[in-house]
Every structure is written in C-alpha cells, then in structure tokens.
Design a protein around this ligand. Structure first.
Ligand code: B3K
Ligand code: ZN
Length: 873
C-alpha cells in the first residue's frame, strides 16, 4: 500500500470555485451530476478522485469527452486541459443499498422504511462523485435533490434552503445553497421519512436560525435533551469565544447506522443515535452527559473545523484536538469542573496512554499514513486536546481568547496548519510558542521524574525535575519538551505553604507553574518552615507520567487535604496503585494498603464531601490502567489483585456502614437528572460494588431489588451489572427481562449486549458466541458490533486474553468477515491487538500467531491491513 507523507504536501493544482450537484435519489440506484467550476493553480492535468463510481459521461465546457480523452484508473479521473478556467461536468451512478461500508451515500435501516444519508470525512466524497477530494480545496456548493415524494418526503442538504417544488410522476425537488466555501468532506445530504422537533434561535449578532433535529418517528421524542444541549452550546460559543452561527437553518439528524460518534457536516450534522437520543427510561446519566458533549463538539466544529479547516489530514488535530478542548471546557462549565477533569484524564490514561506505548503510537500530528481513517485516534483527539490546554494555560484566559480571535480572523474561510494556530496564539500575545510544536511531532508519553529534598536548617526545599520520552515506532531519539508543572507545597497538617521560588519573579503565592524545557531542571524554594509534601502537576497540567517516590503517608496527606480536586483524586489513585503492588506481592497489611483504606474510610465519614467526588475517590484504577504496572501482563492476576484491593477498602470502611449509606441513598433515589441526583446514583453504584467485594450474596439481594424498583436506566443497568458479574446463572431472569423489555430499543439492546460482553472469566468467549446467535445480532450495524465484539476485545481483559488463545482466533475470523462489510469498523476493532507484545509469554505466543497470520493475508482492506501491519511489527 502507498504511504502518504506530510513533507510531500503540494498545494492543489486546480481549485473548484463553485460546485453544482444534482442528485436523482433512489435506494438501489442514485445518479449524480456534478458541475465543477475550475481554476488552474499549477501547470498540471486535472486529477479528480473517484472510487466505486459508474462513470456515465464527462464533458469539458459542454464538449462531451470520449474514452480516449481521459484516463480512468486507480481511483482517479485524469483529464488534460489546456485552459485556465473551465467547467467539467460528470455524471455517475451509485448503488446506496449495496454500500455496507457506510462511507459515501448509503442506506440507514431497512429498504422499506430506512433513509439515505452520506458520510464523507475523511475521503468519502470520492464515493459520491469525481472531485479533488482534499480539505484544502474549498468551494461554494449548490445542491439539488430529486426523489419520489412518497418514499423520500424529507430532502436535506447543508446550506440555506433555496427553493423546492413538485415534479412529474409523484416526484419532488429541493435546492440548497451554502454561501460559505467548504471542503468536500463537509458535504452532506439526507433523504427519507423522518420526523422532527424544531426550535427558533437568535444568535448574539441577531441572526434568526431555525434549529431542526430529525430522527425516525419512533425515536423523535428522545431528541429533546439534544435540542436543549444544542441551544446551550450555541450560547456558550457566543459568550466564550464570540462565535456565532452563520446559516439560516441548522439541521441535526440521528441514524442507527454510523461508523463513528457524529459528523459536523456544514449546516447538517449527522449523529450516531447513541450520541443524540436520551430519555429517562433508557438513557443512563453517562449517556446524557455524552449527548451534551457530542452535540456541543459537533456544533463547535462550525468554527474550529468548518470556517477554519485543515490544510491536509496530517493537521487533523488542528480541528479535533481544539474542538475536544472546547467541548471539555463547555462540559466543565455545565457540570462540575474537577469531576470533568478527572473523567477526561481517566479517559486519556485508559485510551491514549496504551496507544502511545504500543506499536500504533504516533505523534498528534503524524508524519505519514497509509489510511487516514485509522488516525481518528485518542492521540489526535485526547492528547491533542491536552496540548491545546497547555497552550491555553500558558496564555491565561484573556490571552488565549485574544489568540483564538486572531486565529479565527486570520484563517477564516481557509485551510490552516498547526503552525498557523501556534503563530496566531503566539503573536496575539507576543509570546513565542514554537517550542510547543515539538509536542505535535513527537510521539510517546513523556516521563517526568521528580525528587525533593528538604534542608531543615536552611529552611529550603529543592525540587529536581527530569524528563525523558521513551523511543517508539520510527522515533528512536526524543527531544525535551516544554512541560508546564503546576505545583504547591503542603505541610502534613494540610496547610499550603507560601512559595518563594529562588530567582522567581511574581508575587509569592501558594501555587505556581514552572515550565521545564530541558532534560533536567532544579527549583529552590526558600523560607519553607516544615518538610513539605509537594502536590505536582496540579490539574494534570501536562500529559505526562509523573514519577515521584511518595511515601504512602504523604499521598494520604494530599488525598485528605489537597484543594485541587484533580490532584486530590490523583493522590488516591497513586496510593491505590501502591496498595495494589503490595497486595500483588502478598503484603496484605502494608503501609500503602493501610494508608489508602484509612484515608478513604475517614473521608467516607465526612458528610461535607460531595457524593460524586466521593464515588470517584472510592474507585481505584481499573484493570486496563493497572496493566501498565505489570512487566508481563496476566489479566487474571490483575483482576484478582484488584478485587482484593476493593475488598480491603470495603472491610476497612465496614460492610454495615456501606450498607447504611446504600440504603439512605436508595431511599431518596429518583429518576431526576439534576447533578445531586446523578451523584447519588453514582455513589450508590460504588456502594454496591464495594459491598459485592465483601458480601456477594448481600450485594445480589440489594441489586435485585434495585433492578426491580429502578426509576431509570442508570440504576437498572448498574444493578444488572452487579447481578451478572456476581453470578451469571442467578442473573438469567433479569437478563431475560431486560431483553424483553427493551426489545424495540436498539440502543438499550446494545447495553444488554455490552454488559454481557464484559463479564469476566473462562466462559466469556462461549457467552459472546452465544450472543452472536441472538436474532438481533448483526455484523452490519457498527453499534452492535462495538457493543458485543468491540467491548469483549477491548474491555474484557480476562475474557479476551484467554491463555489458550481461543478468543484471539475467534476475533481473527470475525475481523475477516467484518472487513468484507465495513473496513473502518474492522480496523477499529483490530486495535484490540495493540498490546499483545507485553502479555505474559503464553498469551503472547498465542496472540502473535494470530496477528502474524492475519497480517500476512493479502485479501484485506487497506484499513485493516494498515492496523495489522503496524501491530504485528
Ligand atoms: N469529524 C468526525 C469524525 C470523522 C471520522 C472519519 N473516519 C467527528 C468528530 O470528530 O467530530
Ligand atoms: Zn470532532
């Protein structure tokens, strides 16, 4: 397969100033006429991308071309043209119902009731028509849709409506004009039977906008929370960034058949139903938060991505990292900021750190790719967001806003690079941010080791920092990066000490940020009156792994007293990890175990602490995070050790206290969505988990009652999970009940699959195989595939990593079948093999055999081949 390199970037040879698209829509057959208004930029033939298209005709300036007038092959249509401006018109035929890859134009749902829609990012537009399908070609679009009125009553495309009417034979048409130049990946259309909810909105700069959310009739009632989130997102972007919406209409559409979360097409966002529908009966608290976040994310793209887009796909994080950062700030403002930070960092550690530590590791701005769809990764998104956060922290609130204003102003209507971003932020503040460019080009999670020394006589505290980034694929030598370290010093009684940094400028404060940009740096603090406990990397001020040799008691001090909500939680996580190490090594009553359980038992009795924060504090790192603490990974051992960690905590707090707290929370449980009610449900869930760690039968009794009385999905699903985890047989009745009750609700059924896919142990594979035979299981629906196969492979370590390798072989078979239907989804599931090299030897051998065999095949898609090729290395 051919590899594309960032250094080979060339500006486009031809621009498309305007494009006129005409669709004659049908499920089996759609015809597309595209008229491109072209302008030459370089002396080269015109090369248009096009894949899987039936070319019916092509003309230049009205002159029909014969087959000898162009070259068609290898995904391009090449035409030698000797004028500088011309109009090229192509006519092609598509077969939407046969499109199982869900890229380009495809059918969502059944032939009889489903609807047509498109997905173009990254390179789907070339599956719709011949076009220079690259993000730096920005054009104005006029789109006309024609279809049978009865079968396709609703016709939508991005842009402002520009007329509609009747046609002969029961057909109708609708036209849309988008005045804002956009790249082809932001094109979208939707056609079919859809219901809608609507709301009027007026932007801060006075534009009336009609907001419409569309979904199939049976789920339209579940779109109200999304509408509410949309309105709040629009206001927030006006208030926070001064960004207004810029068309007269804004459409959002839900589909059950979607390869990813959602898509920010200009004026016509399309969502995986999973991230748009939310209702009290079938949505969990987490899902409500996800809907709010994803609706905001896609809306925010209207500026960070659409008005200012990416020059090439290497710059993907320019829009994704930035938009994740904007989305995270929005969610923090809507909910609790420290809890949001904890959630985001936990996700980074669970998803991005492992990615960056294995064979799929790549920089936030990759230097090369063979299939761009495989780079919509946690690194580009989540680490990308952390980089923006560091920059924002460096500039401060007002400075960052100034920089963003300049960035939007300078690059509006254009395709930009990471350099453009850094220079706008820097110039608006007179600060040179180019050192941060190294973060974008260098993969791997930096290790920051810190050590402290207190000199009581001199009342001096010396902090030494050292950084090092491990080698990774294609990058043996790593550079030093600018790492902002926000820090404070605590006395053991919880007092924060004034920081008098030697040679430091600025007023003496109790918190400050130092930026280490060399391999090593030393900071001396004067007038420190007691031996301090340092609180480092507060708020997770940089995406690094911090190594500091804390004594358990010191972590307990931070866990009790740190006012930085994130670092307080972090101290607990570190302490839990130390306790985990001790339990693994057979040291039951170690200092770490005692300090961790003791500190939490004290906090547990503290009425003032927020329920949600307490729930987070009572959750030790998960099996996936703990994997990093083993040299040779044995998932069974990790799970067993983590279980004893929970048991130690539960017995220290005491079963009766846990039960009491559970009962008092349960007594006031409602289905209400306010923060307090959500927090109560979350803490209740922790109580159940902890009770289960010491008294399974008691936990089961409580869970059964909770399942039956649940006012909503959060409580119901939590109870079902406890029932199923503690005894699968005993949960059979509830599992059957759930299946029956939600038989008509696809998203709820996904949860039913998901809970069972994650049940640990030796019989996990057999269970998953039985679930594959359920009448509702299909490899054609990405959500269903992720719920069963994806979660089993990625989130069920003991089940998937069976020592006999049976689950690896099973997954390999499924991947091959899935790849024939949907390469993007197959490639994503295949990333489950990412960590195989660091498994213990027996499992490693088994995984290796399967990965090598798969990687050696020549009949797989480019998507899957790319992942397997890198994983196998
Ligand atoms: N930009 C889309 C992702 C497209 C993925 C293409 N394989 C969703 C988002 O990040 O907002
Ligand atoms: Zn995005």
């Amino acid at each position: 397969t051919s590899v594309i390199h960032l250094v080979d970037y060339r500006a486009p040879a031809w621009h498309v100033e305007h494009v006129e698209l005409d669709f004659d829509l049908g499920i089996d057959r759609t015809d597309v006429v595209a008229k491109l208004d072209l302008r030459r930029m370089a002396n080269e033939p015109l090369r248009l991308n096009g894949e899987g298209l039936e070319l019916l005709s092509v003309s230049v300036d009205g002159r029909q071309l014969g087959p000898n007038d162009y070259i068609l092959g290898n995904g391009t249509l090449e035409i030698a043209i000797d004028v500088d401006r011309c109009v090229v018109e192509t006519r092609v035929g598509l077969r939407p119902a046969e499109n199982t890859a869900l890229e380009g134009l495809y059918l969502s749902g059944s032939r009889d009731t489903g609807f047509l829609l498109t997905q173009c990012e990254a390179e789907g537009f070339r599956h719709i028509t011949f076009f220079p399908d690259r993000p730096d070609v920005l054009s104005k679009y006029t789109v006309t849709l024609r279809a049978d009125r009865e079968r396709f009553p609703v016709l939508l495309a991005g842009g402002n409506p520009d007329g509609e009417g009747e046609l002969e034979g029961g057909r109708h048409w609708a036209r849309f004009v988008d005045p804002h130049p956009k790249p082809s990946y932001l094109f979208a259309l939707v056609a079919g039977r859809l219901a809608r909810i609507s709301q009027d909105y007026t932007t801060a700069d006075g534009r009336p906008v009609a907001l419409h959310i569309w979904a199939e009739a049976d789920v339209i009632d579940r779109c109200h929370y999304a509408m509410d989130s949309l309105v709040r997102s629009m206001r927030w972007d006006e208030e926070t960034y001064g960004r207004n919406y810029d068309l007269d209409v804004f459409h959002v559409v839900a589909t059950h058949d979607f390869n990813m979360g959602a898509m920010e097409n200009k004026g016509l966002n399309i969502f995986n139903a999973k991230y748009l529908l939310a209702d009290a009966d079938s949505g969990t608290d987490d899902e409500y938060r996800h809907v709010e976040a994803v609706v905001a994310h896609e809306y925010f793209h209207n500026w960070s991505g659409n008005r200012v887009t990416c020059r090439d796909w290497f710059q993907l994080s320019l829009k994704e990292g930035l938009t994740v950062f904007r989305e995270q700030s929005f969610s923090a403002d809507m909910n609790s900021a420290p809890l949001k930070r904890i959630e985001d960092v936990a996700l980074l550690r669970r998803a991005q750190f492992p990615e960056d530590a294995g064979p799929l590791s790549h920089p936030v701005r990759p230097a090369e790719y063979s299939e761009i769809n495989n780079f919509y990764t946690a690194t580009v998104y989540e680490k990308g967001s952390e980089l923006v956060r560091m920059l924002a922290g460096r500039l401060g609130k007002d400075g960052f806003r100034r920089g963003m204003d300049l960035y939007f102003e300078r690059n509006d209507g254009d395709a930009a690079t990471i350099e453009d971003f850094l220079s706008a932020l820097g110039e608006a503040n007179d600060i040179d941010l180019t050192p941060y460019l190294a973060w974008y080009g260098q993969a791997g999670t930096p290790r920051l080791s810190a050590s402290g020394q207190y000199d009581a006589d001199a009342r001096r505290y010396t902090l030494k920092l050292r950084q090092r980034t491990p080698a990774g694929p294609g990058q043996a030598e790593k550079r030093s990066l600018p790492i902002p370290v926000k820090l404070a010093l605590f006395a053991t009684d919880g007092r924060m000490l004034p920081l008098k940094l030697r040679d430091g400028t600025g007023p003496v404060d109790t918190e400050l940020t130092v930026v280490i940009d060399q391999a090593e740096a030393t900071y001396v603090f004067d007038d420190v009156d007691v031996a301090p406990v340092p609180s480092l990397l507060r708020g997770f001020s940089a995406p690094v792994i911090l190594e500091f040799d804390y004594a358990p008691d010191e972590l307990a001090v931070l866990l009790q007293h740190d006012v930085d909500g994130f670092n307080r939680w972090e101290a607990g996580q570190q302490l839990a990890a130390l306790a985990y190490d001790d339990l693994r090594d057979g040291k039951q009553d170690s200092a770490a175990v005692t300090a961790w359980t003791g500190a939490l038992a004290t906090l547990f009795g503290n009425e003032a602490i927020d329920d949600a924060l307490l729930a987070e504090l009572l959750t030790p790192p998960g099996e996936i995070e703990l994997v990093e603490r083993q040299a040779e990974r044995d998932p069974d051992r990790i799970r067993a050790t983590r279980k004893s960690l929970l048991a130690a905590l539960a017995s220290r707090i005491g079963a009766s206290k846990l039960r009491q707290r559970y009962q008092s929370l349960h007594a006031r449980t409602t289905g209400a969505l306010d923060a307090q009610s959500q927090a109560a449900r979350q803490l209740k869930r922790r109580m159940l988990d902890l009770i289960a760690a010491v008294d399974e039968s008691d936990a089961r009794t409580l869970a059964l009652a909770q399942y039956n009385e649940a006012p909503g999905m959060t409580d119901r699903l939590a109870a079902l999970t406890i029932l199923a985890t503690t005894s699968t047989d005993g949960a059979a009745a509830s599992i059957a009940h759930f299946r029956e009750r939600y038989a008509d609700n696809a998203l709820a059924l996904d949860k039913w699959f998901a809970v069972q896919a994650q049940l640990p142990g030796d019989d996990a594979l057999a269970r998953v195989q039985a679930l594959e035979r359920d009448a509702t299981f299909t490899l054609r629906n990405p959500n269903r595939v992720q719920a069963l196969i994806g979660l089993f492979a990625r989130a069920n370590p003991t089940g998937f990593h069976r020592a006999d390798g049976a689950a690896y072989r099973w997954l390999a078979e499924r991947l091959v079948t899935l790849d024939g239907l949907n390469p993007q989804v197959a490639a994503r599931v295949a990333t489950a093999f990412n960590g195989w090299k660091r498994l213990e030897p027996v499992r490693r051998e088994a995984a290796h055999a399967v990965v090598a065999e798969l990687a050696g095949r020549s009949d797989l898609s480019r998507d899957l081949t790319d992942i397997l090729g890198r994983v196998a290395l």
